[in-house]
Design a binder for this molecule. Structure first.
Ligand code: DX5
Ligand code: ZN
Length: 216
């Protein structure tokens, strides 16, 4: 199981230091939550922050765009240094165009589904994506409770991947801790995002707890 700490729960006044801490813990990617106050009822930051962090980290930057009409910002995040760009199925009538733009910029493309969206809604997009993110909370805030009902979607995606020979990673995001990560791994998730669990203590210790939980 790959681990992707979310900087949503990091210290925004010391972002560089917190990113360095998780990088030293040898995590697999850095999850960057972008919120616009429209698609979700919260605001975070834009491509400038991604560009500011870029020279300080070698990690894969996984930008989760929780913004309306993300196709208007794909280019800006790609140019800012994102390696992987995630767009929410529910955020635009032009979801295929948004994914296509990410690929044309030479970046890894991710489709994200909210708790209310079934896997069947994105079946025609699965062949083209590098990662599928199954939200395990309603997007917008860190520190919410994990929704175990979403694990059926993880298992369904794992089955489709095997049957069709697709290559996408299956990511889970929201309420992941050293208990819920076990269920995610069992269901077939390959990447776990964790925000509050990683940053509520020493990130190195917390990341190790997540790793241990999946090998137990
Ligand atoms: C929520 C974000 C998550 C958030 C997860 O909308 O997409 O990435 O940081 O936070 P935790 O791990 O605290 O649930
Ligand atoms: Zn996220």
């Amino acid at each position: 199981m790959k681990i992707a700490p979310s900087i949503l729960s990091a210290d925004f006044a010391n972002l560089q230091t917190d990113v360095e801490k998780v990088e030293q813990a040898q995590v697999d990617m850095l999850h960057i939550d972008v919120m616009d106050g429209h698609f979700v009822p919260n605001l975070t930051f834009g491509p400038n922050v991604v560009a500011a962090l870029r020279p300080h980290s070698q990690l894969v930057f996984d930008c989760h765009l929780m913004i309306e009409n993300p196709e208007n910002y794909v280019e800006a995040f790609a140019d800012a240094g994102a390696d992987l760009i995630g767009v929410q199925y529910e955020s635009t009538p032009n979801i295929h165009r948004a994914l296509d733009m990410i690929k044309k910029k030479g970046k890894l493309a991710e489709i994200v589904i909210n708790p209310g969206t079934p896997v069947s809604a994105i079946s025609s997009l699965l062949a083209m994506v590098d990662q599928v993110l199954v939200m395990t909370v309603d997007p917008g805030f860190g520190g919410q409770k994990f929704m175990p009902e979403m694990l059926d979607k993880v298992a369904e995606l794992a089955q489709i991947k095997q049957e069709k020979g697709y290559h996408y990673e299956i990511q889970v995001d929201g309420g992941v801790n050293d208990q819920t990560i076990k269920q995610c791994a069992q269901a077939g998730a390959t990447v776990a995002v964790a925000g509050s669990f990683v940053f509520k203590g020493d990130p190195a210790v917390q990341v190790e707890k997540l790793r241990q939980a999946t090998v137990e």
